[in-house]
Design a protein around this ligand. Structure first.
Ligand SMILES: Nc1ncnc2c1ncn2[C@@H]1O[C@H](COP(=O)(O)OP(=O)(O)O)[C@@H](O)[C@H]1O
Ligand SMILES: [Mg+2]
Length: 583
């Protein structure tokens, strides 16, 4: 009754439905490897039959020795050992097959999650800590892969082994079989009762795992700041805090499973002793032989271990569905919208593009507007500057140009020379080159970094781009030149050097629109001007939008917009000169 009530509650609050959905998702991955799984199951069943035959042979062997049965010892011994060895070989083959399927499923799931991460709406993804994502990507995919096939063969081979063993016992002594079967209902009830608790506890463990990973990742990422602010002790303490929660969650989960196992073991042992007592009694009264007694003992322990494996499918499936839920959460994030640009627009790329905002309103989380009914315009051949206090929305604007975010009202478009326009979105991103704020280099060589801008760039093209970005001089002096290796985030370079390589990469892409987000902030004034001049020279009808705090650049700009108080205001000559003085 109690069990039914719990089940009913779960049905009502939807967690069973949720688990079912998650389970179906995992199943879809397992199904891809049908053939391998069938082979695995067949091997499992053959292995089981072999062990059973080996057990029966060993019973016969004892009966021959004790004179109950007349047969030849040697062939029986050969059968016993032979079958045991063969079943070991099948076990080995099975563990190999399961490892192969496991790793392939993990690859499949990771590939899908990775692909999805690349297409997810930027704003939705930005709410997750990268450590959390990484944790889901690594540990949850591995849990899912582990159970995608695990449960099915286990269920099948254990059931077959269970039924076969039971039949053998039934054949020799039905009462014994009945005693051995007593385990089953007890186990089922216990596992049903634990379903909800286990699910909650598993979920908690995974959530805490993610938190710890996010913390650690951030620490390693910001190790310079932590050291320079002398915060090593503070962060050590914080880690202790996280680890304590981590320990607690894991120990809670462990307690649950230890208790379950203890209850099940006690039940199992009691039943085993009952069987043992019954066997001894039958042996005493001369109803069974020593050989049969040994066979019973062997089979009874097989039965309980089979049941155990079947029951333990429950917690592992719960663990897997919890992981599946965490991955599905990512996979169900909305895609960014992609509106393919018409081919006619493609053809106009050579003449440059106009970027225009009209009455654009935007807010990140429906709180305060970062932009309200704002207008902006940048045309081919122009350098347009965005200035304004920090935190007012310059980078936000750049994100809108790149189609990472979309206005909640108004229009943000890219227009061609023929007057046609298309809303800025993920598909128009290809017309942009972008140098982000901060260091954006990857580990690898300078050339590898540059080729991210243009895959098939020649040595000459790379040299030219580096020269335009005023980077050639120092790059050519690096050990290995453009083929010299950089560390993570371009370690080994100064910030200004990293910026110049990032600029060269953007120049190489040679897109109609170039966005520089404080990309020249670490350069000296003379170099900055030179870089901008070179950029415009390399493609005269390029549209170039720069955010800057530098007055020196403003003079080179066709228009200057100030982003402040949710407004984009075009500054006239006088204002912009005044601004330059006040900087
Ligand atoms: N991913 C984000 N989620 C929520 N708010 C954000 C996000 N990025 C920036 N903001 C907010 O938007 C405002 C403008 O930020 P930003 O465009 O980066 O300013 P800046 O002019 O310095 O480049 C800031 O107040 C910031 O708090
Ligand atoms: Mg910014």
């Amino acid at each position: 009754m109690e069990t039914l009530k719990i089940l009913w509650k779960k049905l009502k609050d939807g967690s069973i439905r949720e688990m079912w959905e998650e389970w179906k998702w995992i199943y879809a991955y397992g199904r891809r490897y049908k053939k391998e799984i069938v082979l695995y199951v067949i091997f499992g069943i053959i292995g089981t039959c072999m062990t059973l035959i080996s057990s029966i042979a060993s019973k016969n062997l004892i009966d021959i020795v004790t004179g109950v049965q007349k047969d030849r010892i040697l062939p029986m011994a050969v059968i016993m050992v032979g079958m045991a060895v063969i079943s070991i070989l099948f076990q080995a083959a099975m563990s190999r097959i399961s490892a192969q399927i496991n790793i392939r499923i993990q690859n499949d799931v990771q590939a899908d999650v990775y692909e999805k991460l690349m297409k997810v709406n930027w704003l939705d993804l930005s709410r997750y800590a990268s450590g959390d994502i990484l944790n889901r990507f690594v540990s949850d995919t591995s849990t899912v892969a582990g159970s995608a096939i695990g449960w099915f063969p286990t269920l099948l081979t254990s059931s077959v082994s269970f039924i076969a063993s039971l039949c053998v016992i039934l054949y020799y002594d039905p009462t014994m079989a009945l005693i051995a079967l007593l385990n089953a209902p007890a186990m089922l009830i216990v596992s049903r009762l634990l379903l909800g608790k286990l699910r909650r506890s598993t979920g908690e463990v995974k959530r805490v795992n993610s938190e710890v990973m996010a913390f650690e990742q951030e620490t390693f990422y910001n190790i310079d700041s932590i050291k320079s602010f002398d915060l090593a002790d503070l962060f050590g303490e914080r880690l202790q805090g996280f680890l304590q929660t981590f320990r607690q969650a894991n120990l809670d989960y462990n307690m649950l499973s230890v208790r379950t196992k203890a209850v099940l073991s006690i039940l199992g042992t009691l039943i085993q002793y009952a069987g043992y007592g019954w066997g001894v009694y039958r042996l005493w009264t001369g109803h069974i032989s020593y050989g049969e007694m040994m066979l019973f003992l062997q089979l009874a322990s097989r039965l309980s271990s089979n049941l155990n494996s079947i029951v333990s499918i429950v917690p592992s499936t719960i663990g897997a569905t919890a992981s599946a839920g965490r991955l599905m959460e990512i996979l169900n994030l909305p895609h960014e919208e992609k509106i393919e640009a018409p081919e006619a627009l493609d053809a106009l790329a050579g003449q440059g593009f106009r970027i225009q905002l009209e009455n654009v309103t935007f807010s990140y989380r429906d709180e305060k507007n970062i932009l309200a009914e704002s207008n902006f315009r940048a045309a081919p051949g122009e350098i347009v500057a965005l200035v304004g206090p920090s935190g007012e929305g310059k980078t936000t604007l750049i994100r809108m140009f790149l189609g990472l975010i979309v206005p909640s009202a108004g229009k943000a478009v890219l227009g061609g020379a023929d007057g046609n326009e298309i809303a800025l979105n993920a598909a128009t991103r290809k017309y942009f080159s972008y140098v982000p704020q901060g260091n954006s280099l990857f580990s690898g060589t300078v050339a590898q970094n540059l080729k991210l801008g243009k895959e098939d760039a020649t040595e000459e093209e790379m040299e030219e781009a580096l020269k335009a970005a005023c980077a050639w001089e120092f790059v050519s002096e690096l050990p290995g030149g453009i083929h010299g290796t950089l560390g993570e985030k371009g370690r080994g370079l100064s910030e200004g050097q990293a910026q110049r390589i990032a600029i060269a990469r953007a120049v190489l892409k040679d897109a109609p629109v170039l966005l520089l987000d404080e990309a020249t902030s670490a350069l000296d004034v003379a170099t900055e001007r030179k870089v901008l001049k070179n950029i415009m020279k390399s493609r005269p009808n390029r549209t170039c939008i720069v955010t800057t705090h530098r007055p020196s650049v403003l003079g080179m700009c066709r228009r200057v917009y100030r982003v402040m108080d949710a407004e984009i205001v075009e500054l006239d000559q006088e204002e912009s000169e005044r601004l330059a003085i006040n900087f």
